[in-house]
Design a protein around this ligand. Sequence first.
Ligand SMILES: Nc1ncnc2c1ncn2[C@@H]1O[C@H](COP(=O)(O)OP(=O)(O)OP(=O)(O)O)[C@@H](O)[C@H]1O
Ligand SMILES: [Mg+2]
Length: 257
Amino acid sequence: MSQLSLKGVSKYFGGLAAIQNLDFEVKEGEIRGLIGPNGAGKTTVFNVITGELSPNAGEILYAGRLLNGLKTHQVAKLGIVRTYQLVTLFSGYSALENILVGFHSESRFSLLDLILGGRRSRATDIAQLDKAMEILAFMGLSAFADAQAENLPHGLQRKLGVAIALAARAKVLLLDEPLTGMNPSEAQDMIETIRQIRKEYGTTIILVEHNLQAVMELCEKITVINFGQKIAEGEPGQIKRDEKVIEAYIGKNAHAT
Ligand SMILES: Nc1ncnc2c1ncn2[C@@H]1O[C@H](COP(=O)(O)OP(=O)(O)OP(=O)(O)O)[C@@H](O)[C@H]1O
Ligand SMILES: [Mg+2]
């Protein structure tokens, strides 16, 4: 049975169909690739899942429950958490403080109170600190706990973004281009981290990424969209050989040159 499904989902921006009649089903614990050329609608798929945008048509179901109409924080509370194409951290705060914010992703501002010496009991603080340190250790970021987020190298900032999503108890993790701007060794490290997250926490992961080699390496199944419509779905080996997929990518390149 699917854990997350989109049935006939469409999203229009004026006359432009960013997603059109999209059916998309993901099983629990799967690592699914969602790929397609620039502007294909990938980020829009994430936006309608998380409630940042409401679809013009179709249903979005999570564990049998309709997500349509829920607010972003309500969706996050159910365990669907995303990272952004651009890094979004509390840059003036330490890595550890950023993780603490993740625990309260549905109420970020009250957490800032907590960080700034707010009203929570000391016992809660300590339990949360332990848990936050555990997540940092899992992500290989222990040594940077006290480092200010904005001073971390790009690769580690992106890792911290994923760590924050874990702190928010993600059951479904939506990763939007997690490898962007990474050098090959940072990228390899992130690929390994994504694998470890699924292994350790059983998290369902949907991966949007232009690094197709990484997608092929990580995902058991890949969905390809172009101009908002699904053009192919299957195992990496199938997708690599799919005529429509090849055409979508080559056609796009031909356009660019
Ligand atoms: N808020 C918006 N208002 C108007 N048009 C939008 C908006 N968001 C996205 N679009 C358009 O919808 C289409 C799909 O955009 P989307 O960002 O989902 O693509 P994408 O597959 O994530 O692309 P990329 O790989 O470049 O990140 C594009 O044509 C884009 O210009
Ligand atoms: Mg995008």
